[in-house]
Design a protein around this ligand. Structure first.
Ligand SMILES: *Cc1c(COP(=O)(O)O)cnc(C)c1O
Length: 234
């Protein structure tokens, strides 16, 4: 069980050790730890786990599965939480994402971006978005190919109700740590290339429980951590 008393007591400790790892990794590469934001990935976790992390000061949470996420987002309405949608978008689900989330990390199609921009409620601030880039070339993975990125980025940046913040990637989990680190470095290079084209971007969403240190060394500004905060997902 993930929502028993034992795991709830462990969450603050785990959270503190993740924060300490972020500080150490930033210091090791001469970066300011405040430039690295911790996103707690609460997919499949019960509200009680989210509340345990919230009580320990965590305010940003990431969810992948919309049907799993919506009851939690609605149930925690008013709790001062910034919700990030990190799963794969589907055209018929974009409206709910546009209504209930502050950020989207996995954008990879202009059609989805256009829908999100149209559907973003006028009373909310623009939806903050990252374009997901497929750095491994694996066809099964989400994300735009690097050579299609500039065209998509320019089109997304022009949409009125979205604010393009940067790039996101998920490394191929089967590849060697060195290969994963090279993918992070190449993503940073792609971000620099877009900035040189005049886009004001500040976000590299990369690094999960297993590769957070490498991602921070290569410039991650948001790390998405699930397992090392909430324990393994059964
Ligand atoms: C599940 C997930 C994470 C967190 O992975 P952990 O290995 O549990 O830290 C990060 N990003 C995305 C997109 C995910 O789906």
């Amino acid at each position: 069980m993930t929502n028993d008393i034992r795991s709830m007591n462990e969450i603050p400790e785990r959270l503190n050790s993740v924060r300490e790892r972020i500080r150490a990794a930033a210091a090791a590469s001469g970066r300011d730890p405040d430039q690295v934001t911790l996103l707690a990935v609460s997919k499949t976790r019960p509200v009680s786990d989210i509340l345990a992390a919230h009580a320990a000061g965590q305010r940003r949470f990431g969810e992948n599965y919309l049907q799993d996420a919506l009851p939690k987002v609605r149930g925690l309405d008013g709790a001062d939480i910034e919700w990030h949608f990190i799963g794969r978008l589907q055209s018929n689900k974009t409206a709910e994402v546009a209504h209930h989330f502050a950020w989207v990390h996995g954008l990879d199609r202009l059609k989805h971006a256009e829908r999100l921009s149209t559907q973003r409620p006028a009373e909310l601030p623009p939806l903050q978005v990252c374009i997901q880039v497929n750095m491994s070339g694996e066809a099964s993975k989400g994300g735009v190919a690097p050579d299609e990125l500039p065209g998509l980025a320019l089109a997304v940046a022009a949409l009125p109700r979205l604010r393009l913040r940067g790039l996101m990637t998920m490394p191929d989990p089967s590849s060697e740590p060195q290969v994963q680190r090279e993918a992070f470095a190449r993503l940073r290079g792609l971000l620099d290339g877009l900035r040189a084209q005049g886009l004001a971007l500040d976000t590299l969403s990369m690094g999960m429980s297993g590769d957070m240190e490498a991602a921070i060394a290569e410039g991650a500004t948001i790390v998405r951590i699930g397992t090392d905060i909430f324990g393994s997902r059964g």
